[in-house]
Design a protein around this ligand. Structure first.
Ligand code: XIL
Length: 595
């Protein structure tokens, strides 16, 4: 009977890595193979395909997008294995990382002899054509590329290591000095797919040290000079020797965050000594699990750690036994596709690491400005990375009010639960309780499934202000045509402009307290003025008569409606609208169409 249970069946009913990651708003990936070397196609192996698609929400071709596969001769490209992996990913709702475009090894057999005779100009043409062809081919399908891989030497002592010799750098190189060839590769990749995220990827840069410093210096220079780079890949091929420490890893991520760069953990495995059957000791497997748990926990605690990937689907396709003789057992699934202690550790990290709440990521839902919050302001909170995997819209409770609990999410202001507009892991919209009025500051906390695990966020203290107005954009981008109705209740816009003297209804939030008070989460029963005065407005820079400024009858309390009269003398077309409540003005860039 045990034979019947082979494959993925024993995992039925158990949380998958993919499910655990989905509620943390982070993709979890694995290196994957198709038939790139003409051997059997792993994607056609049902057990492999099932494990890959059920456990992971992202894949990266372990080899299929490298030079030896993609440019088999100088004049031909082969993207078929990569296409197969992309098609598999798309069929299974998975993202694809591309790997890699420029490396010192894994060449097609013609390339090294060619480079030995080529001029730098010829090498530059070759690299440009390759990057352009490959990135163009996968444009829109690969969300992030490792553009350049492993370009730095390993450190000897504390000296900052230099660049590794390679056909692209100096043998003969593409005719650029220093990191110029790397910069050039990023520029070519960006030109071919301006929407792809571009990464520099390397190993032994996970903790502080000379090699991280070398990479940091390069990417800092790139950022300062506007070279298109979006992140650094930490390969994370580890052992159980304590490198990197949690604090060291967090420090490196924070240094890159300060440059505005993301970090992807791209190739994690933790190799263990194994016996001739490929088995590791129970103690080592336990130590390995701790390493996985630590790395995942740090990633979830650092806002710029935006992807987590392991290098292989299970022991059966891991590169470790082939490259590190005597080692193996490096991944969260064993050679029979069974979850290991490392699997449990990853799930535990994802289920128990507290979500983050960062006051800088609490912004007005209409204008996206941060800073102080106002009573009744509809805010969007980004980065609270534990919540429902799919967006859950507001719900009315038994008393007809917006519910303060949505799919397990709650947002508390001084302990008072806020009405919620929608909830999604990493992006939640809440209405600041009116009770913050008159306070200097408010303590904000985010919770997911309170009482069902240790998942309350830290508490973030935010200043309170009387009003923080903003106007909703019609397309929710925060600028452009506003959420504005003409007097006939039709949406204002280029095809429905309003004439001078016409009255418009402008919708926003952040107007602050309401005269007579407002019940949190209730629909506004009728007209009621903003408490903070005066309310003034300009359209096209000209003062506009404010006929009404207050609650938006029929919409949830916290939505603001302002009725304005179009002043005479404006040029036809979009004209900027600004509403000022007390001393606080709405964002620039919202327009009304005037005729
Ligand atoms: C490895 C693959 O897993 C092997 O199949 C291949 O033979 C050699 O390359 N760093 C990287 C990866 O960036 O591309 C490497 O992948 C592992 C080390």
């Amino acid at each position: 009977m045990a034979v019947v249970l082979a494959g993925t069946a024993p995992l039925a009913g158990q949380t998958t890595l993919r499910q655990a990651a989905a509620v943390r708003a982070i993709p979890i990936g694995a290196a994957a193979s198709a038939d790139e070397y003409g051997s059997s196609d792993l994607l056609k192996n049902p057990a492999y395909a099932n494990l890959l698609s059920s456990q992971y929400s992202m894949l990266e071709p372990g080899n299929a997008m490298k030079w030896d596969v993609t440019q088999p001769t100088q004049t031909t490209f082969n993207f078929q294995p990569g296409d197969e992996l992309v098609a598999f990913a798309q069929a299974n709702g998975m993202r694809v990382r591309g790997h890699n475009l420029c490396w010192h090894t894994q060449f097609p057999s013609w390339l090294a002899p060619y480079a030995a005779r080529a001029t730098p100009a010829q090498m530059a043409t070759l690299l440009e054509n390759h990057i352009t062809a490959e990135v163009s081919h996968f444009k829109g399908q690969v969300f992030a590329w490792d553009v350049v891989n492993e370009a730095f030497n390993d450190p000897s002592g504390s000296a900052v290591p230099g660049l590794r010799d390679s056909i692209w750098y100096d043998q003969p190189g593409i005719g650029q000095s220093g990191t110029g060839y790397i910069e050039q590769a990023f520029r070519w990749a960006h030109a071919a797919d301006p929407n792809a995220l571009l990464f520099y990827n390397d190993y032994s840069i996970e903790g502080p040290g000379a090699k991280f410093t070398a990479v940091y210096n390069m990417v800092q220079d790139f950022v300062q000079r506007g070279v298109p780079i979006h992140g650094v890949g930490f390969e994370m091929h580890l052992m159980t020797n304590g490198y990197p420490s949690a604090a060291g890893l967090a420090q490196n991520m924070q240094q890159l965050a300060a440059l505005g760069l993301q970090v992807h953990i791209t190739e994690m495995d933790v190799r263990l000594p194994v016996d001739s059957n490929g088995n590791a000791s129970a103690a080592n497997l336990q130590a390995q699990a701790q390493v996985y748990q630590t790395i995942m926990t740090v990633c979830l605690q650092q806002p710029n750690c935006t992807a987590f990937q392991v290098w292989g689907v299970s022991y059966a396709d891991s590169w470790i036994p082939g490259f590190f003789p005597g080692y193996g057992a490096a991944l969260p699934f064993d050679k029979n596709d069974q979850p290991t202690a490392a699997f449990n550790a990853l799930v535990t990290a994802m289920q128990t690491t507290a979500p983050m709440l960062n006051a800088n990521y609490v912004v007005n839902a209409a204008g996206y400005q941060g800073g102080a919050v106002a009573p009744g302001e509809i805010v969007t909170i980004y980065g609270a990375n534990y919540g429902p995997a799919n967006l859950v819209d507001y719900q009315l409770d038994a008393s007809g009010k917006f519910s303060t609990s949505l799919a397990g999410v709650e947002v508390l202001f001084d302990g008072v639960p806020a009405p919620l507009v929608y909830a999604l892991a990493g992006q939640v919209s809440a209405i600041v309780p009116f009770g913050v009025a008159g306070k200097q500051q408010t303590a904000v906390q985010y919770q997911y499934n309170p009482g069902n695990g240790a998942v309350a966020s830290n508490t973030a203290t935010m200043p309170v202000t009387a009003a923080a107005p903003a106007i909703f954009a019609f397309d929710a981008t925060g600028s452009g045509p506003g959420a504005i109705l003409n007097v006939d209740y039709k949406v204002n816009g280029a095809s429905n402009p309003v004439a001078a003297g016409g009255v418009i209804q402008v919708f926003g939030t952040g107007g602050g307290a309401i005269v007579g008070g407002a019940t949190d989460g209730a629909l506004a029963p009728g007209a009621a003025a903003l408490a903070t005065q005066p309310v003034t407005a300009t359209i096209g820079g000209v003062a506009a008569f404010v006929g009404y400024a207050g609650a938006a009858p029929g919409l949830v309390n916290g939505a603001m409606q302002v009725n304005l009269t179009i002043p005479p003398g404006l040029a036809p077309g979009p004209q900027p609208v600004v509403i000022t409540v007390g001393t606080a003005a709405s964002q620039k860039g919202i327009t009304v169409a005037v005729k």
